[in-house]
Design a protein around this ligand. Sequence first.
Ligand code: SAM
Ligand code: SF4
Length: 470
Amino acid sequence: MVSLTTGSGAAVRIDDEAAWRDLASASHPDAAEVRELLAKALELKGLRGRDLAVLAGMSDPGLLGELFDAARRVKETIYGKRLVIFAPLYISNLCGNECLYCAFRVRNKELERRALTQEEIAREVRWLEEQGHKRILLVAGEAYPKDGFDYVLRSIETIYATSSGPGEIRRVNVNVAPLTHEEFVRLKDAKIGTYQLFQETYHRETYGKVHVAGKKADFDWRLTAMDRAMEAGIDDVGIGALFGLFDWRFELLALMQHVEHLETAFGVGPHTISIPRLEPASGSALASHPTHPVSDVDFQKLVAILRLAVPYTGLILSTRETAEMRRATFALGISQISAGSRTNPGGYDDDPGELHAGQFSLGDHRPLDEVIRDVASLGFVPSFCTACYRLGRTGADFMDVARPGEIKEHCNPNALATFQEYLDDYGSEETKREGEACIARTLAEMEPPLREKAAEMVSLVKSGRRDVYC
Ligand code: SAM
Ligand code: SF4
């Protein structure tokens, strides 16, 4: 058991024994128990502890279908059809850690190291803006050029200050190594959206085996990072685990313990949960041969269970996954996806003839326009909305709006307006056709007075107004 006291006096507690006990007692649940839980989940109050172990433990194909149906209903009720789109921006692959699964690990001598200059970052940002992106996830290894953490802060400033034609970045989320309280305060002042950090594995022993050198070898420093972030005033945090390092069922229960801790200590859980699956990475034997591979069916099960467990928390899927897996999981609960991604610094604006190894290999290589067209043709509305963060609807305030289902009243019109903006400014002819049809269908399905409000916002965009949101 791990129990740590943070500055607020609240304990971060990953209770391994409780997780194993729940998993052992729920390994072959009967159908009645599963159905009872699914009915409870449809009340949208979430699920915890042993309930999750029951769902993770069942394997009957009929019940699995019922789990997926329940997840689809929860997703539809809370999120409607929208799917938020973002792009990662890797600013540096310098790293002092030896994470055995990552191409950026310090002892990987095959990797060409690069920390982008501010001019290079601006070039990457312009490239992303010219594709139509509005949200960036800044990513870096854990070693900064000579100005240290200030490099990250200056990079955020550069991203917000860079525009290209009608393009601008309206929200910068950040995925960098754990910071001190003072650094988190400065990160908040830089006006970030979400601070994201994955524990990788909540299993301490496995953690020790795969993080063999550098600051990241300290499990507790990482586990307590979100407490420091929240104490510093960052109320949108994103957690996650790297699936494939250890038993996914254990990771699920432990991750949910982390969620519960944040809810108890700060009155609000994480804003997002990410569920990366281990992908091959250059210079990493472990990444190509995970010790605990998660099958495609188990991965879908994981998405569905999380959707029921934390109905109001965003679930993020990256381009690590293939287009097929991405399509399969949108309806089950995914609410945010990356698109058109590169995972090497300078990868967007690089000469296409030059091939540089990224952090890991991607499953979905399609450009943004193609992903958008696909998403729209599947009946989902790609959203570039950044309204909540800009209106201060973050942390507990976001959950207050989200809980009664009111968020749909903001999210759906905002998704339509930002999608229209994308189509007008960046969509190819083919995507425009698909997108306009998707917007018309979605408007027709909306109930008045929301339909009128959304239609008005869409026509404002069509008439030339930009950044229309409510
Ligand atoms: N360096 C910081 C850290 O480790 O927290 C932040 C950025 S790191 C580049 C982002 C995430 O990439 C890691 O947290 C890890 O989960 C994920 N990652 C690393 N290697 C991977 C691989 N081979 N396949 C999939 N995801 C990987
Ligand atoms: Fe460095 Fe992060 Fe990769 Fe680990 S996962 S080697 S800390 S970039």
